[in-house]
Ligand binder design. Sequence first.
Ligand code: CO8
Length: 258
Amino acid sequence: MSEHETIIVERDGRVGIITLNRPKALNALNTTLMNEVVGAAVDFDNDPDIGAIVITGSEKAFAAGADIKEMSSKSYSDVVGEQFFAAWDDLARLRTPIIASVTGYALGGGCELAMICDILIAGDNAVFGQPEINLGVIPGIGGSQRLTRAVGKAKAMDLILTGRNMKVDEADKLGLVSRVVPKENCLTTAKEVAETIASKSFIAASLAKEAVNRAYESGLGEGIRAERTLFYSTFATDDQTEGMAAFVEKREPKFSHR
Ligand code: CO8
């Protein structure tokens, strides 16, 4: 793996791990970090030996938001001209399941990055929020959309308009997170979840991800039709043949992954 300035990239078996590594800035998301995270994730997505990706930060901060110092001097024409932060959208398009391991602050862009991930494992010290309003701006990496879909209009309006922070218990109650675990166990749990997913058929996992995302992005009828088409398509795969044969023969399946 190549050297990076703002992240650490590792692999553990079929799991790719990206650790945000700007501790002095509480992992604030600057342009370099965005390009490195998205680049590393795309590389993992194209790697047939990788079946799931974990994105994590430090115990104090998953990420305390977009880098305010980088943004503060930008003008309207700067952000439009460079399509500031648009590359984060590429992360949402990957086929490989992505697990966020969130301890500490996940604020602003940090909360938005966690919500781009498919599964969110939270430590018991996690704090979520969209405080952009306190800076005279609004969420810009999908926060107003993904938070509203995740927790509903009433809570999203409350969080986005007041800019207040939310502790993990409230986030859990609202369904924003997948699991809450002691902070010491957060990364281990995220890796275990990733290993479990990576042991399945990659094609089935990526189609399942696509189907769930269709529920998130479209109406029920369109989602049901998409699911049916995706379900039928699994019958064109070796992994369907193997998975069902293994069940009938009472043995563990050997998936080809991809
Ligand atoms: N950007 C830049 N630097 C930061 C950020 C940030 N978001 N957050 C923390 N830091 C830096 C601090 O400036 C400080 O650096 P220094 O020591 O050089 O002054 C260092 O990290 C440590 O921070 P604190 O001393 O403040 O640590 P505390 O433990 O006292 O407080 C907090 C922790 C509560 C997390 C506090 O740092 C904080 O409030 N941070 C800002 C949170 C925030 O407002 N985030 C939202 C940013 S806006 C955003 O994310 C918009 C995304 C959409 C962009 C879309 C474009 C299209």
